[in-house]
Design a protein around this ligand. Structure first.
Ligand code: UGA
Length: 443
């Protein structure tokens, strides 16, 4: 099939590459000319395992191409995906400017029937707004062209995006048109493994499904962070509690890992947007507000532990950070807990020495060169002259470190384990003080 994707961010690029991999002819459109030029040379602007070779292979095979020309994009596709960003507005609501701009552009150039698919995470009712914007642009041209708008939210995780896209656990298609549904079922048929993955529904339910999924996962994390904070106060180990409750299949082991708070481009933004949606419909979403508040507080938790350990005075201290990305296998620093921590450390007069396998360039992009930040080329280099080590992101490379070497390198032997990655006994037997999240009495 001929597919066009508007937006070559995470979702657009991964979806485009995976659809090309299935033999479709895919054209990706973006307004960023530098990005398009780079993609045409096979340069993928984000770090995502498996994505670059897939893009290069399909581009070379003539199945995946890139352009800044929106008219060419509309002319190419029988299915037109909108996969542009929906950044949060100041009040937390999703900013639909980019989505509606693409809709207008589709209306300006549409000549034959097409299915317009919302892949971006968009508030309930957006499919109707996209439809109205296309109609408006068609009316301005004085023409009538049939089209349908479908909501087909994306559930890929950064770091696993290619695999999630190639082997989805569900494909949500919100559509009020049998013709559009049939077309999308044909497009997604190769992604159905063993049993039917497609869940068809109306557009509003599909839009809410996306937010409900992310909000549920964020709720699990905030719940577990709250239990961890309680564990610290009552002298329990949240890691044992986690295993104890996860064994119940109704609870499950996924997304109950306490830590430094959830980050990334989705959970913080989507929980806030859902709160905003609820409030604009006259409903006070008390649980979701608490999920957000617990997360804000949790992002300060590591800093509070460090500050207390050093008697409240961090001036002149050097703190080593292992991990900067909001989670492993990505270079994404959006809403990363490491940023809250670094900013608090700098505010308290401390120097940060940090190592991350992929996110150093992004860190520089956010903070530039600054005297109180040293980015190191390997993990142990970050420890030189440091007073403490903080594990922030659980990259595999940090899983089994040499604790004796850590102890020898640190001026004051203390390790803050922001992901409960380590066995406290192993750390302490190497002569390091250990702080985890919710592991026994540290409050
Ligand atoms: C999330 C969802 O998992 C995807 O299903 C969804 O498609 C995506 O948002 C989206 O809306 O686009 P992502 O943001 O890539 O994916 O990352 P996650 O793996 O969900 O992690 C989010 C944050 O939660 C990370 O900061 C992670 O460290 C944290 N987390 C996760 C915990 O603190 N504890 C856990 O048990 C799990």
């Amino acid at each position: 099939m001929r597919i066009t994707l508007f937006g070559t961010g995470y979702v657009g690029l991964v979806t485009g590459a995976c659809l090309a991999e299935m033999g479709n002819h895919v054209l990706c459109v973006d307004i960023d000319a530098d990005k398009i030029a780079a993609l045409k040379q096979g340069v993928v602007p984000i770090f995502e395992p498996g994505l670059a070779p897939m893009v290069q292979r399909n581009h070379a095979a003539g199945l995946l191409d890139f352009t800044t020309d929106a008219a060419a994009g509309v002319a190419h596709g029988e299915v037109l995906f909108i996969a542009v960003g929906t950044p949060p507005d100041e009040d937390g609501s999703a900013d639909l400017r980019h989505v509606l701009a693409v809709a207008a552009s589709i209306g300006e150039h549409l000549r034959d029937y097409a299915v317009v698919v919302n892949k971006s995470t968009v508030p309930v009712g957006t499919a109707e707004r996209v439809c109205a914007r296309i109609d408006q642009a068609l009316a301005a041209r004085g023409v009538q062209v049939p089209f349908d708008v479908v909501s087909n939210p994306e559930f890929l995780k950064e770091g696993d995006a290619v695999d999630d896209c190639m082997r989805p656990d569900r494909i949500i298609i919100g559509s009020d048109s049998a013709r559009a549904l049939a077309l999308l079922k044909r497009l997604y048929a190769p992604f159905n493994r063993n049993h039917e993955r497609i869940v068809a529904m109306d557009t509003r339910s599909a839009e809410l499904t996306k937010y409900a999924a992310n909000a549920m996962l964020a709720t699990k994390i905030s719940f577990m962070n709250e239990i961890a904070n309680l564990a610290e106060r009552v002298g329990a180990d949240v890691e044992l509690v986690r295993q104890g409750i996860g064994a119940d299949p109704r609870i499950g082991y996924h997304f109950i890992y306490p830590g430094a708070g959830y980050g990334g481009s989705c959970f913080p933004k989507d929980v806030q947007a859902l709160v905003h949606t609820a409030e604009t419909h006259g409903y006070a979403p008390r649980l979701l507000q608490a999920v957000e508040a617990v997360n804000q507080a949790q992002k300060q938790h590591l800093f509070a532990l460090i500050q207390r350990h050093f008697g409240g005075d961090l001036r002149g201290k050097t703190i080593a950070l292992w991990g900067l990305a909001f989670k492993p296998n990505t270079d994404d620093m959006r809403a990363a807990p490491s940023r809250t921590l670094m900013e608090a450390l700098w505010g308290a007069g401390a120097h940060v020495r940090a190592y991350d396998p992929e996110a150093q360039r992004e860190t520089r992009r956010f903070y530039g060169e600054r005297a109180d930040l040293t980015l190191c080329v390997q993990p142990y280099e970050a420890l030189q002259g440091a007073d403490a080590l903080v594990l922030v992101t659980e990259w595999k490379v940090f899983r089994s470190p040499d604790f004796a070497r850590i102890r020898a390198a640190l001026a004051t032997p203390v390790l803050f384990d922001g992901r409960n990655l380590y066995d406290p006994a192993a750390v302490e037997s190497a002569g390091l003080a250990y702080y985890g999240i919710g592991r026994g009495r540290s409050v």
